[in-house]
Design a protein around this ligand. Structure first.
Ligand code: PLP
Length: 415
């Protein structure tokens, strides 16, 4: 107990005073999260004393194997499915690749069509692009201005050769939540498998295999206060996958390589903590989200990207008129924020914003603000106030009316 308290104290010190070396306040929890000290404590013995290879047949190996089994059971208890259905991976990128390539490589001849959505994470879209080069047929569904997918279009896109649909549970840039159980019903009525990248949903909104009925589910540790380099994929018993790597037959032969026991123990602990506090924490973040939007009402010329109603409680994504995004970021350097732009030529180009804005009318200065476990009401108000003040100042000294080369896409050059 004393040990935990000590590490908690050390941790809050770290959080407030020295994030990133510079005194910056962190608003980028959707990019990654710091480790929870309780996760570090849970992992601790498995780095040193309990270092055994879980696949070895001696006492060291058996103790490591027992810890691994417990971690897998905890994940199944929280997210659903059977213990053996959960495969540990290096993160969500690998889990997405294993799900999508794995299913499509194993798909019989005549079932080589797959459907995804334009706002998916790059690890999904680029995997689909690779498969298209290998001869698979890929349909990429559009979204509307709010980031919603049309279920009618999804139904229309499914054809006899469709093997898989991959649709994320919630978006990492605009926080938009997709109606997964309805999507699963559409897929299953037509005999199609559903994969979902649930990386941003898990720990934020109610999520389980039995709620969503997805056949494959990916998630990552470092978005839920666990270290980077660990994630998992749920593979329903009826799904046939071709593995990405071959070798020692670990993880039911689906993911060869010695399993990183400490990280797996950490992942289960992180998930347990996230679930335990999820409903109160989501309510708290949702209030912060509302407070921020309320405060921003005094500012003119901005819009919220993505639906407000079907949205994660920890995400805001706003586009602001009349300021240059580089100037804005530089002026707000006391905050760690993420930017995005629908401009093809912009270094912060976002395929998600482009999908919401086919005509290129969004102003190029866009901020993604994401809250997390250590975000306080005071810091949210400070960010809102500093943002308003900064935008007004920048507009006054250096009015920015242009959209730069925002419309160079599709071969058109606009002015
Ligand atoms: C962060 C993220 C990923 C990538 O996860 P890694 O574990 O870093 O590979 C994939 N999908 C979504 C939606 C994410 O937010």
């Amino acid at each position: 107990m004393r040990k935990v308290l000590k590490s908690l104290c050390a941790f809050s010190f770290y959080c407030v005073f020295c994030f990133h070396g510079k005194a910056q306040e962190y608003f980028d929890y959707q990019a990654t999260t710091p480790c929870d000290p309780r996760v570090i404590s849970a992992m601790a013995p498995y780095w040193t004393k309990e270092f055994g290879n879980p696949h070895a047949h001696h006492a060291f190996g058996e103790r490591a194997a027992a810890a691994l089994l417990k971690a897998r059971q905890q994940i199944a208890d929280i997210l659903g499915g059977k213990t053996r259905d959960w495969i540990f991976t290096s993160g969500a990128t690998e889990a997405n690749a294993l799900a999508i390539k794995g299913v499509m490589l194993a798909a019989p001849y005549g079932k080589k069509h797959l459907i995804t959505c334009v706002t998916e994470h790059k690890s999904v879209l680029d995997t689909c692009r690779f498969l298209a080069q290998q001869g698979c047929k890929v349909t990429v569904l559009p979204v509307d201005r709010e980031g919603h997918l049309s279920l009618t279009l999804l139904k229309k896109a499914i054809r006899p050769e469709t093997m898989l649909v991959s649709i994320m549970a919630a978006n990492n840039e605009i926080g938009v939540i997709h109606p997964l159980s309805q999507i699963a019903k559409i897929c299953h009525d037509r005999g199609v498998l559903l994969h979902t990248d649930a990386t941003q949903a898990i720990g934020q909104i109610p999520f389980s295999i039995s709620l969503t009925h997805a056949d494959l589910v990916s998630f990552s540790g470092h978005k839920i206060y666990c270290p980077k380099g660990i994630g998992a994929l749920y593979v329903a018993p009826h799904v046939v996958l071709t593995p990405l790597f071959h070798g020692g037959g670990q993880e039911r032969g689906l993911r060869a390589g010695t399993v990183p026991v400490p990280l797996c123990v950490g992942l289960a602990k992180a998930l347990e903590i996230a679930e335990e506090k999820r409903s109160t924490e989501s309510q708290r973040l949702s209030l912060l989200q509302k407070a921020f939007l309320q405060r921003l009402r005094t500012l003119k010329g901005w819009c919220l990207n993505g639906s407000l109603k079907e949205r994660l409680p920890n995400n805001l994504n706003i586009s602001i008129e009349g300021v240059d995004s580089e100037d804005l970021l530089a002026a707000l350097s006391e905050f760690a924020l993420s930017t995005g732009s629908a401009c093809n030529s912009d270094i912060h180009f976002s395929h998600v914003l482009e999908a919401l804005d086919p005509e290129g009318i969004l102003p190029p200065a866009t901020l993604r603000i994401s809250f997390g476990r250590y975000t306080t009401e005071v810091s949210v108000h400070r960010l809102a106030d500093r943002l308003i003040e900064t935008v007004e100042k920048l507009r006054h000294i250096k009015p920015f009316g242009g959209k730069r080369a925002c419309k160079t896409k599709k071969g058109m050059i606009a002015h």
